[in-house]
Design a protein around this ligand. Structure first.
Ligand code: KG4
Ligand code: ZN
Length: 365
């Protein structure tokens, strides 16, 4: 059955340390309206442990999910009867949390007799710029968050091809770990950005992983170890400021170098068509990173789009939009959809070039 527009979709996101729900409306001509977006952060629950504790996260999602969904519906001024479908993150992420949101979504879908859409969290990030900007398919996507760092060619909903990924840590993880070594609270990315203000980025020499190498893969573990070692020996606030500035510049530089390589491949495949770069994920909230990538896009003849800060970090509006676009394309899921801790967006590329060798649990990103 072809769904009738406008589509009003409830999105649910519980894959990490945010319990989030949102209502998004997708018009027949692709117009997008975010009717509500509620994000309840668990950061305070995890801060004493310096990172996200899966059991604490799952428990907190269970305790708050109904209230968060209720508020999203109330803020949107929408009743459950007006929903076209329920979209919930089904992975990748901390599986206990994913199960909470997905089960809640299934129960609502069953009770209301509406379709369920099991959304890949990364696909949510992939569409996030489309919540507010005119970012038509196809585009080159740099997805940079706490758990992921990938370059993807996005031809449409459900049609992603991976061009590169990190061979060790994600960029957000590097921000968090180095920030932690500088004494900043988790998640340290935003605090490191503030600390870096006015710092001298040239004072500390940091390793340049994969510089000049072919391809578009990333590596941040060498930078993470070197910067954390340097941080341990620093005594003054000025030293810490300079190191933070150097780290931020090093991460921005690597993101630009690898994106520049991906742009060449992408431009060859899309000769004569408009070239677009979209940047999404928590690290896209960093102003220095955004500025550097926007300058690169301009230099290479690409247009540039990035979501506003609230939609860079985890939220449910992006899950609702991915769900609405899937619903419009007839891509719905059964109530037997499973929660997946690992779920690569481009499964073929992940199988061909696994980033984790056998013995670990397979490709995460
Ligand atoms: O997308 P996100 O909310 O969650 C994941 O799916 O991972 O991204 C969170 C990550 C964290 O590592 C956080 O430190 C980083 O994004 N982040 C930042 C900034 N804001 C968030 N990193 C650098 N500068 C920022 N302003
Ligand atoms: Zn995310």
């Amino acid at each position: 059955m072809t769904p009738t527009h406008p589509l009003t979709v409830l999105g649910i996101e519980t894959s990490c340390d945010e319990t989030a729900a949102a209502v998004v409306r997708l018009g027949a001509r692709g117009s997008v309206e975010v009717l509500s977006s509620v994000v309840l952060s668990q950061i305070a629950d995890h801060a004493p442990f310096g990172g996200v504790v899966p059991e604490i996260a799952a428990r907190a999602h269970v305790e708050t999910i109904d209230g968060v969904v209720g508020r999203a519906l109330a803020d949107a001024g929408v009743t459950v009867a007006q929903l076209s479908a329920i979209a919930a993150t089904a992975g990748p992420g901390l599986v206990g949390g994913v199960m909470v949101g997905l089960s809640f979504g299934k129960a609502m879908a069953l009770a209301l007799g509406r379709p369920l859409i099991a959304v890949n969290h990364l696909e949510g990030h992939a569409v996030s710029a489309r919540l507010t900007a005119d970012a038509p398919y196809p585009f080159l996507l740099l997805l940079v968050s706490g758990g992921h760092c990938q370059l993807l060619e996005v031809a449409g909903i459900g049609a992603c091809r991976r061009l590169g990924t990190t061979i060790d840590d994600a960029a957000g993880e590097a921000f968090d770990k180095i920030g932690g070594a500088l004494g900043l609270a988790y998640p340290a990315g935003p605090a490191l950005e503030r600390l870096a203000e006015g710092g001298d980025a040239t004072r500390f020499a940091l390793p340049r992983a994969l510089a000049g190498r072919e391809g578009c893969d990333f590596s941040f573990s060498g930078l993470k170890t070197a910067a954390a070692r340097l941080a341990a020996g620093l005594t003054t606030q000025a030293d810490r400021r300079d190191l933070a500035a150097a780290v931020q510049a090093a991460i921005a530089r690597q993101l630009c170098e690898r994106t520049a390589a991906a742009m060449k491949t992408y431009a060859r495949a899309h000769a004569g068509a408009p070239l677009r770069l979209v940047v999404a994920g928590g690290v896209a909230a960093n102003a220095a990173v955004r500025r550097a990538l926007e300058a690169l896009a301009t230099a290479e003849g690409f247009s540039f789009a990035a979501p506003p800060l609230a939609y860079c970090t985890d939220n449910a509006a992006m899950i609702a939009l991915a769900g609405a676009e899937r619903l419009a394309a007839g891509l719905t899921d059964g109530l037997d959809a499973v929660a997946r801790p690992r779920w690569p967006l481009d499964e073929a590329a992940a199988r061909l070039h696994p980033t984790h060798v056998a013995g670990r649990k397979g490709a995460k990103a």
